[in-house]
Design a protein around this ligand. Structure first.
Ligand SMILES: [Zn+2]
Length: 353
């Protein structure tokens, strides 16, 4: 697969704080040496065998299963249609508000599935993969598969470096570390209210379509959607659907701006509550660490991929947010094998470290 980026392809970040050798690391080395003298230490042939076994399992996990993708997509769309039906049947302000919230979370879920299609993990038939990704994931959120794919491939290839296009987003003072405890929550609320609409517009400008098919297809898709709603005498629901994109959908994308790579050149490896997984981080998008390790593995197999790496620490989501606040950032990076990204920190922190 052309999009697959193995960990060795990811360039060493330039703009990072190198980790110092610590007593902790030295002790670890000593302990490893001690263990090597123990009788149950794996032999070189056992290590090679285990490595081959992991590679074999990764190969199995990398197979796209179209029905699983279509099932996830169908559930998301059913929730969207259900929320629109509710608003159509009981058009009170609070039902409409709840509908926008629900629609926005599922538009985000469509975006996550679109991300899968950008990695060719929906189905192994590339034309079908792209058709599904465009018609049912990207176009309904006003995005472009080809624009996103180009942007995102560069993100994987140059993660945490100045060539990573994501590094150019989230650079305003509000994103600088340390942030106040409630700052991400406040920003999320502001995002839901549409107050970050200019940042959303900035992203869309970076993801413009790369093919004529998409330049023509996106407006046609929206015209067809409007026509269906007009025939159903519910054209106003188009506004309800559309308003969720630069508000709730965008607020959720920004939330991931905090949790995925903020402050480090690699990826935060965290776990979170089941409810948050479903509402805020659908389709295992919270397993972003594993995605960056093996971006050719479909979303539904990421839990199995996670189980293959028992050595890299997994923190709680709240630990990630604590790291974004007033804390020992170097200790977090050291404990998790990460490198701090200078660009993400305020001058005040840099002068202290
Ligand atoms: Zn990706």
């Amino acid at each position: 697969m052309s999009q697959a980026v193995s960990p060795v392809e990811i360039t060493t970040p330039k703009n990072t704080i190198p980790l110092k050798a610590t007593n902790c690391q030295k002790n670890t080395t000593m302990n490893q040496n001690d263990e090597s003298s123990r009788p149950n230490t794996p032999t070189p042939s056992e290590v090679i065998r285990k490595k081959k076994d992991v590679q074999r399992q990764l190969k199995q996990l990398a197979k796209p299963v179209v029905w699983r993708f279509v099932l996830a997509l169908s559930v998301d769309w059913m929730v969207i249609v259900g929320a629109m039906l509710c608003a159509g049947m009981w058009p009170t302000w609070w039902v409409c508000l709840a509908s926008v919230l629900v629609i926005g979370t599922r538009q985000h879920a469509l975006g996550v599935l679109g991300h899968e299609a950008a990695h060719y993990t929906a189905t192994r038939y590339r034309k079908a993969n792209d058709a599904i990704g465009m018609l049912l994931c990207f176009w309904p959120i006003g995005g472009s598969l080809t624009g996103y794919r180009r942007f995102h491939q560069r993100h994987h290839r140059h993660l945490g470096t100045e060539h990573d296009p994501e590094m150019h987003f989230f650079q305003s003072d509000e994103w600088k570390i340390p942030v106040k405890t409630a700052a991400p929550v406040w920003r999320f609320i502001k995002g839901c209210l549409g107050m970050q609409i200019l940042d959303y517009a900035k992203l869309i400008r970076s993801l413009l379509p790369k093919t004529k098919t998409e330049w023509v297809g996106i407006p046609i898709w929206w015209a067809c959607f409007a026509l269906i709603l007009w025939v159903l005498d519910s054209l106003w629901l188009l506004g309800l659907y559309a308003i969720a994109i630069p508000t709730v959908f965008w607020a959720l994308i920004e939330l991931r701006g905090w949790t995925e790579h903020r402050g480090i050149a690699e990826t935060h490896r965290y776990k979170t509550h089941w409810l948050f997984q479903q509402i805020l981080f659908p389709h295992n998008v919270w397993m972003h660490y594993e995605h960056h390790q093996w971006c050719y593995i479909p979303f539904f197999n990421l839990p199995k991929a996670r189980a293959l790496d028992e050595t890299t620490p997994v923190v709680q989501l709240r630990d990630v947010f604590e790291f974004l606040g007033e804390t020992d950032h170097e200790a977090y990076a050291r404990n998790n094998g990460s490198h701090l990204t200078l660009d993400h920190f305020s001058d005040q922190v840099l002068h202290c470290s």
